[in-house]
Design a protein around this ligand. Structure first.
Ligand code: GDD
Ligand code: GTP
Length: 419
């Protein structure tokens, strides 16, 4: 038997994803028509013998209750949400809920960061891990020298053994990075227990000095991976399939494109086509069955349209995500943008953002995930985001802007955050 743990953080995380995470927990933000972590769940359901998924995070239970219920009934496996009373770090939550993970004695369990997207190589990791008798195997990939500093970096010894691990090093260590996807044996809890007791003793002293961290906080990367490196039981499996973090709204557009491309390979009936949807479809497009798209509109490539959205005549949408209940009025144009739930775009309006893809001239380049503002105080050019229930008047132009929920826009905007 196998299990999987998906780490989703809590409402205090995902700040670079605002304002999209103001109304919906970031792990449930739809990418290619499915909540972000449904892609993780789908990948898990393809692994033979994996029949329980535990989602661990600090979001209130109610935020995830309906999603968990729907997922269990859609995929017919046990899915549960375990809520941390306070963020306990990437391993603290797993240690806190260790009995739930260990119950039923799974041979191994996967651990997946909820904020990554990928063509998850879970089966390969399972085979590699069991062939090595490893305690923990990390999915690894290549990054550029400069970008590697934003990730966990590893130096490999013989046969994939991790000799050295540094989390987000300040100077260059290696271009081989941690993808935030792992497979572990149950003995890993012994390592966590050792760390827990050491931390407890240290934190007891620190608390006397007034540091506010929870004594049960354990960082998977700094506390566990760094400690296991060089022990001969920590392995990494370098993988060269598509993988990316989803930290910013721009990276959601990038993830959308890649998940749609995966549908084309693996689930082509999820994609819209000109013949089945009676409108012009270019490239990979997902349209929710309840959305109404006029026959004279042109969608694609790389577009996802959410439930109950209405797309009127002559609309053109490219490289964008339109969420549920939006109303895209006649002849408007949407490029490199995310249109929030219940938002209305007026007739002949133009909503346009700047693509923020990885540098195509650098092999292994990843998304930059820049913060909203440049150090000079100006907005970094990025995709345009319209928050929930925004209304953009007819014939207005909105370029590289971010609009918070419930705004009524009646003039043109360029490079602005509209609060
Ligand atoms: N349950 C829970 N509790 N989850 C958490 C907590 C917590 O206290 N803190 C973070 N997470 C979840 C996040 O939601 C995310 O899915 C994952 O754990 C890692 O989040 P971060 O702590 O923000 O780390 P990171 O994304 O900057 O870096 C990690 O991932 C990289 C790959 O994407 C590290 O593992 C890096 O080494 C790695 O390269
Ligand atoms: P004038 O120069 O005064 O005639 O302005 P105009 O608004 O009539 O013409 P303009 O060329 O500026 O664009 C007309 C409208 O078409 C604008 O609101 C644009 O946003 C919109 N538009 C531009 N490109 C496209 C497109 O490819 N498809 C659709 N549907 N609309 C577009």
């Amino acid at each position: 038997m196998l299990k999987a743990v998906i780490l989703i953080g809590g409402p205090l995380k995902g700040t670079r994803f605002r304002p999209l995470s103001l109304d919906i927990p970031k792990p449930l933000f739809p990418v290619a028509g499915l909540p972000m972590i449904q892609h993780h769940i789908e990948a898990c359901t393809k692994v033979f013998g994996l029949n329980e998924i535990l989602i661990i995070g600090a979001y209130p239970k109610n935020d995830l209750a309906q999603f968990v219920h729907e997922m269990s009934s859609t995929y017919g496996i046990i899915i549960r949400y375990l809520q941390e009373f306070t963020p306990l770090g990437t391993a603290g939550g797993m240690y806190h809920f260790r009995d739930q993970i260990r119950s039923g004695s799974p041979t191994y369990f996967f651990v997946m960061n909820g904020d990554v997207c990928a063509d998850f190589p879970l089966q390969e990791m399972l085979e590699f891990h069991s062939s090595k008798q490893a305690l923990l195997t990390i999915m690894a990939t290549e990054a550029t020298r400069q970008q590697s500093l934003n990730y966990g970096c590893m130096v490999l010894g013989k046969e994939g053994e991790v000799a050295h691990y540094v989390e987000k090093p300040s100077t260059f260590v290696s271009t081989l990075i941690n993808c935030g996807i792992y497979i572990a044996s149950l003995e890993l809890f012994q390592t966590m227990a050792d760390v827990f007791y050491v931390n407890q003793q240290q934190d007891h002293i620190m608390q006397l000095c007034g540091n506010g961290r929870d004594p049960a906080h354990i960082a998977f990367e700094q506390d566990i991976l760094t400690r296991l490196a060089g022990s001969g039981r920590l392995f990494a499996l370098p993988v060269f399939r598509w993988w990316s973090q989803v930290k910013t709204a721009g990276s959601a557009i990038y993830a959308n494109r890649h998940y749609l491309a995966l549908y084309k390979q693996k689930k082509p009936n999820r994609l819209a086509s000109t013949s089945s949807h009676n409108c012009c479809i270019i490239g990979d497009v997902y349209i929710h069955p309840s959305a109404k798209v006029h026959s004279t509109s042109v969608l694609g490539p790389n577009v996802s349209i959410g439930p109950n959205t209405i797309i009127e005549p002559g609309v053109r949408i490219r490289e964008s995500i339109v969420l549920a209940n939006a109303h895209i009025q006649a002849h408007s144009l949407i490029l490199y943008s995310i249109i929030g739930t219940g938002t209305s775009v007026g007739e002949w309006a133009r909503v346009e953002g700047t693509p923020c893809d990885p540098n195509p001239n650098k092999p292994f380049a990843k998304m930059e995930n820049l913060p909203l503002f440049h150090t000079n105080g100006k907005l970094n050019p990025s995709i345009t985001i319209l928050g929930t229930s925004v209304s953009l008047a007819a014939e207005k132009v909105l370029l590289n802007s971010i609009v918070l929920p419930h705004k009524e826009l009646t003039r043109n905007y360029k490079n602005e955050i509209i609060l």
